[in-house]
Design a binder for this molecule. Structure first.
Ligand code: TPP
Length: 275
C-alpha cells in the first residue's frame, strides 16, 4: 500500500481511466459500459494505492494478486493495466480486434500483470481462495483481491468459495462486490434477490464493510480497513451506479453492453470531463 496517494489524485486517475474506457470502446466498436464504468473507482483505488504490483516485475511472488471475477469489465481492467505500465497504451486500440491480446474478457496468458483468465462468472472467488492459501503456505505477506459483480452472486460456486474462505480463515483475502444493482437484463432484486447481502457474507464468516464505491473517499476508507483485518476474509460491498459518469449509461441496464455512435461518444466524453 502506498499511503502517500491522496484522494484527489485518485479521483483524477479515475477520471482518466473513464476516458480510456470510452476511447477503448470506441476503437473496439462496442463494450461493456455499465459494469466497467461502475467499477472504475475500485480499479483506480486498488491499482494506484493499495495493490503492491510492479510492471517491471509482473510475476514477482510477493506481489498482491487481483482476480477480475466479473471478467466482462476487461474494458476497465486492461486500460487500468496500461495506465500502470503493464501493457503499452497504444495497444488498447486493438482491444477486441481479431488476433489482439485483449478480448472482451482477460486472458492471463496474454496480458502482463493479469493473474487470472476470467469471463465465465462465478469462478473468481474460488481462484482467489486458492491464491490466498498458496501465498499463506509460502509465508508471503500478500493480499488477494477478487472483484465480483452483484448479478454474479447468483452463481452457487461463489458461496462454496465463501464457505472455504472462512473455513481456512483467509485473512489475506478481500472480496469486493460491485453492487450496481443490475445484472445483464434487469434489477438483481427482481432476477434473484440478494439482500441482505452483507448479512449473508457475515453468516459465511466474513467481515463485511459497506461503502459508496463511486465515492473515492469512502472507498479509500473501506480498503484501508480491509487491508488491516487480521482474523477473517473481508467482503466490501461497494454500492455503485451502473454506467457511473455518463448520463446516458448511468443507473440503467440498457447500457450493460452496447455500441456508441460518434455523437454519443462525444457526449459521453463531455460527461466525464465535467465530473
Ligand atoms: C457463467 C456465466 N453466465 C452468464 C454470463 C453472461 N453474462 C455476462 S455479464 C452478465 C451479467 C453480470 O452482472 P453483474 O455481475 O451484476 O455485472 P455488472 O453489472 O457489474 O457488469 C452475464 C449474465 C457469463 N459471463 N458467465
Amino acid at each position: 500500500m502506498s499511503k502517500s496517494v491522496s484522494v484527489e489524485e485518485l479521483k483524477a486517475k479515475a477520471k482518466e481511466l473513464r476516458i480510456k474506457i470510452l476511447q477503448t470502446a470506441k476503437s473496439a466498436g462496442s463494450g461493456h459500459f455499465g459494469g466497467s464504468l461502475s467499477s472504475a473507482d475500485i480499479f483506480t483505488a486498488l491499482y494506484f494505492k493499495y495493490l503492491n504490483v510492479d510492471s517491471k516485475k509482473p510475476s514477482m511472488p510477493e506481489r498482491d494478486k487481483f482476480v477480475l471475477s466479473k471478467g466482462h469489465a476487461a474494458l476497465a481492467y486492461v486500460p487500468c493495466l496500461a495506465m500502470k505500465g503493464f501493457v503499452p497504451m497504444e495497444s488498447l486500440e486493438s482491444f477486441n480486434h481479431y488476433d489482439s491480446a485483449y478480448g472482451m474478457h482477460p486472458d492471463a496468458a496474454k496480458i502482463s500483470g493479469c493473474d487470472a483468465s476470467t469471463g465465465s462468472l462465478g469462478h473468481g472467488l474460488s481462484l482467489g481462495v486458492g491464491m490466498a492459501l498458496g501465498d499463506r503456505y509460502q509465508n508471503l505477506k500478500t493480499k488477494v483481491v477478487v472483484l465480483m459483480g452483484d448479478g454474479e452472486q447468483n452463481e452457487g460456486s461463489v458461496w462454496e468459495a465463501a464457505m472455504a474462505a472462512s473455513h481456512f480463515k483467509l485473512n489475506n483475502l478481500i472480496a469486493i462486490v460491485d453492487r450496481n444493482q443490475f445484472s445483464i437484463d434487469g434489477n438483481t432484486e427482481e432476477i434473484m434477490s440478494l439482500e441482505p447481502l452483507d448479512k449473508k457474507y457475515e453468516a459465511f464468516g466474513f467481515k463485511t464493510i459497506g461503502c459508496n464505491g463511486n465515492d473515492m473517499s469512502e472507498l479509500d476508507k473501506a480498503l484501508a480497513e480491509a487491508w488491516t483485518e487480521k482474523e477473517k476474509p473481508v467482503c466490501i460491498i461497494a454500492k455503485t451506479e451502473k454506467g457511473f459518469g455518463v448520463k446516458r449509461f448511468q443507473g440503467t441496464v440498457e447500457w450493460h453492453y452496447g455500441a456508441m455512435d460518434i455523437e454519443m461518444y462525444k457526449e459521453a466524453l463531455a460527461d466525464i470531463e465535467a465530473l
